[in-house]
Write a protein that binds this ligand. Sequence first.
Ligand SMILES: C[S@@+](CC[C@H](N)C(=O)[O-])C[C@H]1O[C@@H](n2cnc3c(N)ncnc32)[C@H](O)[C@@H]1O
Length: 177
Amino acid sequence: MHGPHPSLAALVRLSTLRAPAKGWVPGCGSGHDAAALAGEGFEIEASDISPTAIQVAQNLYGKVPRVKFTVADLFEKKKAGFDFIFDRAMWCALPPGRQQEYLKACWENLRPEGLFCSIAFTKLSKEIETGPPFEISKKEIEQQLRGKWKIVQMEVAKPPELTPFILEETLVIARKQ
Ligand SMILES: C[S@@+](CC[C@H](N)C(=O)[O-])C[C@H]1O[C@@H](n2cnc3c(N)ncnc32)[C@H](O)[C@@H]1O
């Protein structure tokens, strides 16, 4: 993608988030969504394990106010008390065996009642047999979030046109319990 996800604005609208809430974008890639969120007035920390991705993000958006890009492994992040986390294609990029560990890292880095906001791949084309990315069905989302999270919104979004292997994406907002 060459810009912010087309459903990012809808996701923010559906949430109770108001600027200048503090957000984390783990696995930010080229930083399009992180920069768009900063453009909405949020204070954004965006990180990726890939130095190349962060270099691209810096080149594109390094001068955007309120966004800081860092090379970091999300699993090593110290507890940070963010108001929200924005996830797109990070949860779904991890193999099923690591997804709970990812949600735990997100949980630990949110303040009490902080929001986990995700655009999740709920249906992928059969050609993506082994992943990544990995499909997480709506039922699996509910199962994975049961206990430590309260789902406050779950709504099917229109997938971006440039990625035909994504058949369905779902906007998910879950509150830390
Ligand atoms: C599928 S890309 C998604 C990028 C971006 N969120 C987007 O929607 O375009 C997944 C990103 O997660 C990053 N990543 C994978 N494992 C990670 C980890 N342990 N910590 C931080 N970033 C990681 C990869 O380098 C990659 O940029």
